[in-house]
Design a protein around this ligand. Sequence first.
Ligand SMILES: [Zn+2]
Length: 382
Amino acid sequence: MLVARLATSLLLVCSACGGTSAPDRPDSGSPVDAPPPDADPFAQPRATADQPDDEPDAYQVHLLYVVPADRAGVATLDVDGTLRRAIAAADGWLADRTDGLHLRFDRAAGLVDVTYVQLADDERTFAAGIDAGGPRGIRARLEATLHTTFDDPNKMYLVYYDGLALGTCGEAPRPGRFPVQYIGGVWSTTMIDTAAPAGATTVRLLEPATLNVPTPPFAAQLGTEVVTVTAIAGTTATLAAPLAAAHPALELLAPANRPPDCRSNPWSSDGVAWTYAVFVGLHEIMHALGIVDDAAPDRAPPPTAGGHLAATSPGGLDDLMYQGPANGRCGDPAPTPAQVRCQLDPGRRNYFNTPAGSGVVDLARSVFIDPTPAGAVPPPGW
Ligand SMILES: [Zn+2]
């Protein structure tokens, strides 16, 4: 998982950019049905099934855009080009840091293939995990929902989940097949798990300790009502004043001073610029590849979750796989790969171009690298 960091301003994303016809250029040699010069190559029609693969037998990362039922009308990151721009920016940075290596993404007719999947549940029900697992199990529930349809043994499925997730912007198994970026992730936020009537002075919260709800007293939004929480005992929160209105179960209790919501992080505007949202997807893919190996010399000690590097690694807070008490800097935006401060194991001893015989999982020897390196191996357990 990823620690919170401050978001910067939102960028507007242009999908079709307006132009309707190319100027008449009789000498250009372009076919008459060529798209106008300002068409956005990242914006494509929606696909609800995996399209025919350009490289059918190769290991590859396939994108899934998963949308809860109540966001079906507004979630458009597959068709407006946002997700393909994010992948292009992430892969451009990787090539810049590796003398031209790429991750192999599933492409159809040359374009990154994104499959749209709509869930039966609304986003709060799915985030709460009412019917299975609890809120921390959201990635496992996504995998359980998706893997019966998306089961190519040579594919990793990067899930862009466009719905609410409590306490995280990204999560991945290490190794595994379904890394997830939570577009609608929120920090230090929980829900009331039973309805609260008007006049109530206590509400029951979903896992306030696990979800890092602040220590009272704090101000928060409960739905549209502003409340002050004065105490939390177990799962019961005491309020400074009786509720003015009734609130249904699963309404969010969002502290006023929480870190910025994941959805406020900007995406790449042009398929080159790097942003926090670009960083998250690439970081989670690394985990699914088995990175950072438990045998890596600079791995972060507990309580940092496994799979990360410590601040004392050669890349410090700038390493793609850093996580720890200090905020990492890999989400800092930059307009070109060369200007990105995020680093890829610059000491070459933890997960990229590691010494022969060191035995740690090495991105440079992964079957997901394109072109496939000599002696490439799949992630452990594949
Ligand atoms: Zn991580």
